[in-house]
Design a protein around this ligand. Structure first.
Ligand code: PMP
Length: 411
């Protein structure tokens, strides 16, 4: 029971940065079943490989028996670490050894742990602007000074990166990047940009944290190497996850840490947080992933379905968005990013859309150090094509109403 009695709790300074978000409060209203939501980053639930996971879980219980129930090592389940190496070599041309792999509780924990071992209060972390909210939260919790770098339709702008670094009062501690189908914009970095960024970071002695949850979800264009795999790259920590290619509820992800001194700091950092990632789910993920062809067949199903959903969203946007709106055309991932006319605040638009039972995330909190109010993130993986078309139609209506009489919207 909540109490109103005077409290003797005195919060740590860092909790001042952990504020509830106004947007999250509005979005709570959109969790009702009849709302068409483009808000979360949720995979399509009907595509989860439930039967294959049931078989893998059964195998773990009947073959691994009590060892699947026991505490285990912080580094992670050795066969899974070995599988991650093989997967990364094939998928992103990244060569690493199992000793460099740390299994984490989602890549969200990977971001938190890297920040935990590298960031002191006031340290500068460079991010693409706009940036992934979960990373901003992780960096904020360690009181980082997060600085945004301009990005465009080929990823982070290398001119601006040089300019920002030159203006920083101290050398940035970290450069955080999502080179494939970025959250929130859906934009991917070209190979030229990847190489240039790797070169700048190496010259300046700034380590890179490469976050790659979406790389396998490519619907068009050709595969790009991970920045961590480029010859120019020095000191790059890479993180990937099973969340978007298998199921996010498993909470199994991985960090690739080539430098032993960094790896050795991450181990006690993770120990302090959770001792280790679930013994049981690591083994289930491994049993699922190791069966020849199963994961690749599943990814193929995801690609076909998400490609159609992306196309449905792009077509509907063309049909229903009023003049003055622009949006990204992602080659993969789960999101696209819309810019509406300057006169419209997407927080007002969310209210108007919520009244029509459609939800999205206004772009404002993704922007670092800028008050950009006319952008929004749309997810296209979770709703069916039919719902996507209907949702975008309603969003177009809400926009048209707001464009006519911005002050008249009260919901
Ligand atoms: N990084 C990015 C860019 C993401 O979009 C997400 C999930 N939304 C994560 C990390 C965290 O993913 P998970 O913890 O499920 O692996």
């Amino acid at each position: 029971m909540p109490t109103t009695a005077p409290s003797s709790f005195r919060f740590a300074r860092r909790t001042e940065r952990l504020r509830p978000s106004a947007i999250r409060e509005i979005l709570k209203a959109t969790e009702l079943p009849d709302v068409i939501s483009f808000a979360g980053g949720l995979p399509a639930p009907e595509l989860f490989p439930v039967d294959d996971f049931a078989r893998a879980a059964q195998e773990v219980l009947s073959e691994d028996r009590s060892s699947a129930m026991q505490y285990s090592t912080t580094e992670g389940y050795p066969p899974l670490r070995q599988w991650v190496c093989e997967h990364l070599a094939e998928a992103v041309n990244l060569r690493c050894s199992p000793e460099q792999i740390l299994i984490t509780n989602g890549s969200q924990q990977a971001l938190d742990l890297v920040a935990k071992v590298l960031i002191d209060p006031g340290d500068i972390v460079l991010v693409e602007n706009p940036a992934y909210l979960g990373a901003l939260q992780a960096f904020d919790a360690y009181e980082a000074n997060v600085v945004g770098v301009r990005s465009d339709d080929a990823g982070i702008d290398t001119f601006d990166l040089r300019r920002v670094i030159a203006q920083c009062p101290q050398k940035p501690k970290l450069l955080y990047l999502i080179p494939n189908f970025q959250n929130p914009t859906g934009v991917s970095m070209s190979l030229e940009r990847r190489s240039e960024v790797a070169k700048i970071a190496a010259e300046q002695g700034i380590p890179i944290l490469e976050d790659d949850p979406y790389g396998r979800l490519r619907y068009a264009g050709s595969e790009q190497p991970a920045i961590a795999a480029l010859p120019q790259t020095r000191n790059c920590i890479y993180t990937g996850t099973s969340s978007k290619i298998m199921a996010p509820g498993m909470r199994v992800a991985w960090l690739v840490v080539p430098e032993a001194e960094v790896y050795e700091k991450l181990i006690p950092a993770k120990q302090a947080a959770d001792l280790h990632t679930s013994t049981f789910t690591q083994r289930i993920v491994w049993r699922y992933a190791r069966r020849p062809g199963v994961l690749e067949a599943h990814i193929k199903i995801l690609l076909e379905s998400y490609r159609r959903r992306r196309d449905a969203m792009l077509e509907s946007l063309t049909e229903h968005m009023p003049q003055g709106c622009t949006w990204t055309h992602p080659d993969g991932g789960l999101f696209l990013w819309v810019r509406v006319p300057e006169s419209i605040d997407t927080l007002d638009l969310l209210r108007a859309a919520t009244a029509r039972k459609v939800a999205f995330v206004p772009g404002q909190p993704f922007w670092v150090g800028g008050n950009v109010h006319n952008t929004m993130r749309l997810n296209f993986s979770n709703a069916t094509e039919q719902k996507i078309r209907e949702g975008i139609r309603r969003l177009g209506e809400a926009l048209a109403q707001l464009a006519q009489s911005p002050a008249a919207v009260s919901v």
